[in-house]
Design a protein around this ligand. Structure first.
Ligand code: GUN
Length: 289
């Protein structure tokens, strides 16, 4: 291992501390806590874990957490009515509807119903548009967390070659927009990219967000590259019946070539909720002001 480890866990803890200080100031000045509403439909076990963790960290940061757990057979109309009620509620600053939603509910319709200025996930088309044209808005939490780690590690990103692997609305596309705004030369690679290893080899910065366990290999990397691994994949462990978490990058191999790399777990993962808290506080100040 020659690469430096990018410690997202420690960075996220520092960010949560800073948010906590600002949340206390908000409460002192405005006379109420900043409030985050999280809506969960159904009983997906992974989503339940995320929602519990979000609620706990929201309260620890000195903000108010409002959780709405709705049954899996909740109608689309009822969910939209719930979102409308949260839009109108002055003690709610941020609204997050946990994805994925059950198949009978149109996710895009739900996201479009969230008031853009309470959309702390940054998924609404208005916020995607604001990011694209450089206006202030909300940026999706995971890519914004990746950017914070990159800037902390590298300082200015201007002029660097960045390759984003993955083109999702939640990570790949906003990540590319953020890097472009930092004056990187950005390539968005995806499942149909020809000769992906050759494309990745150009990169000073690699952000892997494809959901394919350990796909990015050591010999795909330019020596010294900074590697941000967004993947969280559960695979079989060597021990029978056990599983382990791996990223989209072959960590052991990549660590011998990269200049710096995020581990999985403990890299990008903890940043998502920390940035969500930060976005909620920003929303609170905007909504109060
Ligand atoms: N499901 C998994 N991650 C997320 C997230 O960041 N936001 C929402 N709304 N749903 C998710």
């Amino acid at each position: 291992m020659s690469a430096a480890l990018i410690d997202g866990k420690a960075f996220a803890a520092g960010l949560r501390d800073r948010v906590g200080t600002l949340a206390a100031r908000f409460e002192a000045q405005v006379g109420r806590k900043a409030g985050l509403a999280v809506v969960l439909v159904g009983e997906d076990p992974a989503s339940q874990v995320y929602v519990r963790s979000k609620g706990k960290q929201t309260v620890e940061a000195g903000m108010a957490s409002f959780e709405y757990k709705l049954p899996a057979d909740t109608s689309e109309a009822d969910l939209l009515a719930r979102v409308e009620a949260l839009n109108a509620d002055p003690v709610i600053d941020g609204i997050l509807v946990q994805l994925p939603l059950p198949d009978h509910i149109d996710e895009q319709k739900v996201i479009a119903t969230i008031a853009p200025d309470k959309d702390v996930d940054g998924f609404h088309v208005v916020n995607a548009g604001r990011l694209a044209v450089g206006q202030p808005g909300f940026v999706p939490c995971t890519p914004l967390g990746c950017l914070m780690l990159l800037k902390d590690r590298l300082g200015t990103l201007a002029g660097r070659e960045a390759v984003v692997i993955g083109r999702s609305n939640i990570v790949g596309k906003p990540m590319a927009q953020l890097l472009l705004a930092e004056s990187c030369t950005v390539t968005v690679a995806h499942s149909r990219t020809a000769d992906l290893p050759a494309v990745v080899r150009r990169a000073d910065i690699v952000v892997a967000a494809v959901g394919r366990p350990e796909m990015v290999k050591a010999d795909w990397l330019k020596p010294g590259a900074t590697v941000i691994d967004v993947g969280i994949n559960r695979v079989a462990a060597a021990e029978p019946g056990k599983t382990r978490l791996v990223g989209d990058v072959d960590f052991t191999g990549a660590s011998t070539v990269a200049g710096a790399i995020t581990p999985v777990p403990g890299g990008v993962g903890p940043m998502t909720i920390a940035v969500l808290l930060r976005n909620t506080l920003v929303a609170a100040w905007r909504n109060a002001g």
